[in-house]
Write a protein that binds this ligand. Structure first.
Ligand code: CP
Ligand code: NVA
Length: 327
């Protein structure tokens, strides 16, 4: 069964022009602000020298409860390119809020740093940190969203096709944090998005409602389906791990229902039907070849995975320049 979400949902969305203090979710930025992130990221990527030293004298902490390669590297290197000082605080031994309350983390950190970049299990912890902190908090992945990833993904798609105009993206697999941010980013930038998941693994309804509300303003179409055939005619096919960090106890249950949603050569051919050129493949990484995607697809010539990883740096630098009013 396929439902067009914005046909059944009518919710108003706030699209204030004032830049938010924090980036906790894609919806914190208005569509116009997200469009600006895209343009600024292109400028940062094309002409990095023009931005070097823009954040000189600023300092940031990366506080991570979970492992990371791309997010840690791209923030650390990106901030260094902008001239800021970065401290990585590995918080994987326990949860933020365990040794002392979240308020005290925020009220201490803000005395030393100008920016908090946090990767947490619980989105509520992130939101609480932002509520208490006078300095901006950027979501480096929570159980609800991965906004920096989605912004980089849409930037990568724009690079690949030259423009986002008329594009359709299909997300296949687990309706998780990455899917949530991707749906919101597509809605914000006018990209049609179809989410294909097994029953019980759909994106959260509140996120779909939020996306549908944004899409009403941008003309994007948000669709959810259980049928892998719904990916027919999509320019990009995106998937993520079936088992996110912290979900290992659900591995067997998840693997038992996800097999039909593996992105294979056959599924990519279906996505490409009716298009001028073959659909591109996208994945936030880390990937599991043979599980959510075949090696042939992810290592094939239509895969954008390493461009997505590189663009994390440029897009995050654009976001940070905007948050500090240095754009
Ligand atoms: N895509 C992504 O966020 O990767 P890491 O978990 O390695 O940071
Ligand atoms: N959904 C994955 C994304 C990793 C970047 C996770 O949360 O583990």
């Amino acid at each position: 069964m396929t439902t067009t979400v914005h046909e059944v949902v009518d919710v108003k969305t706030a699209q204030a022009d004032k830049l938010p203090a924090d980036l906790l979710g894609v919806g914190d930025f208005s569509p116009a602000q997200i469009a600006k992130v895209m343009d600024l990221a292109a400028s940062v990527k094309a002409n990095p020298g023009a931005y070097s030293g823009k954040l000189a004298g600023k300092s940031a902490v990366l506080i991570f409860e979970k492992p990371s390669l791309r997010t840690r590297m791209s923030f650390e290197i990106g901030l260094a390119k902008l001239g800021a000082t970065v401290v990585f605080h590995d918080h994987s031994a326990q949860r933020i809020g365990q040794r002392e309350i979240v308020k005290d983390y925020a009220k201490n950190l803000e005395r030393w740093v100008d920016l908090i970049v946090a990767r947490t299990f619980s989105h509520d912890v992130l939101a609480e940190m932002a509520a208490w902190s006078r300095v901006p908090v950027v979501n480096a992945l929570s159980d609800l969203e991965h906004p920096c990833q989605a912004l980089a993904d849409l930037f990568t798609l724009r690079e690949a096709y030259g423009s986002l105009e008329g594009l359709k993206l299909a997300y296949v697999g687990d309706g998780n944090n990455v899917a949530h941010s991707l749906v919101l980013a597509c809605a914000s930038l006018g990209v049609d998005v179809t989410v294909v998941t097994p029953t019980g693994f759909e994106p959260q309804f509140a996120v779909l409602k939020q996306a549908a509300a944004i899409a009403k303003g941008t003309g994007s179409k948000v669709t959810v389906s259980r049928d892998p055939k719904a990916i027919r005619g999509h320019h990009a096919v995106y998937t993520d791990t079936w088992v996110s960090m912290g979900q290992d106890h659900q591995r067997a249950q998840r693997e038992s229902v996800m097999g039909a949603y593996r992105v294979s050569e056959k599924l990519m051919a279906l996505a490409s039907e009716g298009l001028d050129e073959a659909a591109v493949f996208m994945h936030c990484l880390p990937a599991h070849r043979g599980e959510e995607v075949t090696a042939g697809v992810i290592d094939g010539d239509r895969s954008l995975i390493y461009d997505q990883a590189e663009n994390r740096l440029h897009v995050q630098n654009a976001v940070m320049l905007m948050l500090f009013g240095m754009d």
